[in-house]
Design a protein. Structure first.
Length: 257
């Protein structure tokens, strides 16, 4: 049985929030979905534009430095905030990276103690702490029974509330703040993380989890059902071998959680 499935993805501020090639996440999502016979239609939504939550299945926002965040901030609050909150409540999916992740928290405290309000998708805040070293390097964290890997490079430190679920427990690297071993945050099907890399090409199993959620949301079909009925067999050796070659993480990647 061949399913005729398609998903609609929106890339927020692709020409601005794309530090370290975070747009690779959306491109890999499209590629990975195509291996299962699923078509992904990619749209963009930038300054002065809005998107239709009902017609969107997944949203992406990449990282950016303080200047890029400042450039999009007014539009993000005015034109994107309510749509993203509605999307989260509806069970839609979002992957937010680094600076994009910070915008989804309660607030960001600047060097001069100015509070920049976020949209409170995640319950926590980020603080600039200039006397502490930048958090940079390869990172690995435990997410369910998976080991997620990536590259982090951030000066802001994020602190989650006790009730806020994190995206993973740090096994190597720094994560949200370099102290409490948390990495990222999850709320419903919204994910926030400091992992560049890009994260999805380095973690095909996590990408499959997102694809599975998307087709369940839209078509009430599990990805495993699509694989079984269409007799799909994907060769993941390229992705697996690429992970094995990440310096610093070779011992951790093969660990069983």
């Amino acid at each position: 049985m061949n399913y005729n499935l398609n998903l609609n993805a929106i890339d927020l501020y692709p020409e601005i929030m794309n530090i370290y090639g975070d747009r690779g996440n959306m491109l890999y999502f499209k590629y990975r979905a195509s291996l299962y016979g699923i078509t992904v239609n990619i749209g963009s939504c930038s300054i002065g534009e809005k998107f239709d939550t009902d017609k969107t299945d997944i949203m992406f926002i990449g990282g950016g430095q303080d200047s890029e965040q400042a450039l999009i901030y007014k539009d993000f609050i005015t034109n994107k905030k309510n749509a993203l909150k509605d999307a989260k409540d509806a069970g839609k999916i979002m992957l937010s990276i680094c600076g994009g992740y910070q915008l989804l928290l309660n607030y960001y405290k600047t060097l001069d103690n100015k509070i920049i309000e976020g949209i409170s998708i995640f319950d926590g805040y980020t603080a600039a702490e200039p006397k502490k070293p930048r958090l940079t390097g390869n990172i690995a964290s435990a997410f369910k029974d998976k080991i997620i890997v990536g590259f982090e490079n951030h000066s802001g430190r994020t602190y989650l509330s006790e009730s806020q679920q994190n995206f993973g427990k740090v096994l190597f690297g720094f994560g949200n703040n370099g102290v409490d071993k948390t990495e990222g945050a999850i709320s419903n099907n919204f994910y926030g993380t400091y992992m560049h890399g890009s994260i999805l090409p380095k973690n095909f199993q996590f990408c499959d989890i997102i694809i599975d959620t998307a087709v369940k949301n839209k078509y009430k079909i599990a990805l495993n059902e699509i694989i079984k009925k269409n007799n799909i067999n994907i060769d993941n050796n390229f992705e697996i071998n690429a992970r094995k070659d990440i310096r610093d993480l070779k011992k951790i990647i093969n660990r069983t959680i």
